[in-house]
Write a protein that binds this ligand. Sequence first.
Ligand SMILES: Cc1ncc(C[n+]2csc(CCOP(=O)(O)OP(=O)(O)O)c2C)c(N)n1
Ligand SMILES: [Mg+2]
Length: 223
Amino acid sequence: MSPHSLILFIIHSKAVIGDIANSVWRLSEQITPQIKWDFSFFLKVRRKLEAHLLEGSDDPRFPMYPQRLVADIRKAMPDDGIIALDNGVYKIWFARNYKAYQPNTVLLDNALATMGAGLLSAMAASLIYPDKKVVAICGNGGFMMNSQELKTAVRLKLNIVVIILRDNVYGMIKWKQANMGFVNFGLDYGNPYFVKSNNDFALGIVLNQINTQSSQASAISTF
Ligand SMILES: Cc1ncc(C[n+]2csc(CCOP(=O)(O)OP(=O)(O)O)c2C)c(N)n1
Ligand SMILES: [Mg+2]
């Protein structure tokens, strides 16, 4: 059978509960490698996937391509750095393209996908791991749902970076509604002027508005 015609049936009759790394190792101990096994197909898939993930990762355009943003942030983050995602269309790009090198370094709530969670999960992560680099990544809509907590972050002297992706729209919903053929209604809106030095929220916060690709790259590289 060629690998292309391989059909895998998984029959769910036994559950293995426990540490996945240990379970996989113990299962693999039970397997005797066979000379006829051919992994070249899997390597081909892996190479294609890696190439796919690199697409757009050095795109110079501004406003930035999501793939570029993900790649720049991955480069800037240490292996144990934590990203905390809010919920919006950019989250899909991070979920696809951002490689986690250590457990619990990508925080996202995919179940209820609650907007407003990004800043708060970053704050919680920073409280628990004050020495780790923690970055919240929020859309303008999600950020506004809990922006008041910046004041708490300042009070607690949390060392976090908050990125706000401001497109003046509930982007994820606009995209979904367009796909379903609905009219665009109630999705575009203005935002407060986030970066203003006499903004009361800003006390204790270093503000940086990014208007070009090069300022994005340099701001992210100096997190
Ligand atoms: C509390 C809450 N309300 C509504 C939604 C539905 N929802 C998911 S993404 C989204 C828009 C997010 O907009 P924004 O934060 O600006 O991110 P963008 O998609 O524009 O990048 C909405 C309304 C939700 N997930 N959570
Ligand atoms: Mg938005």
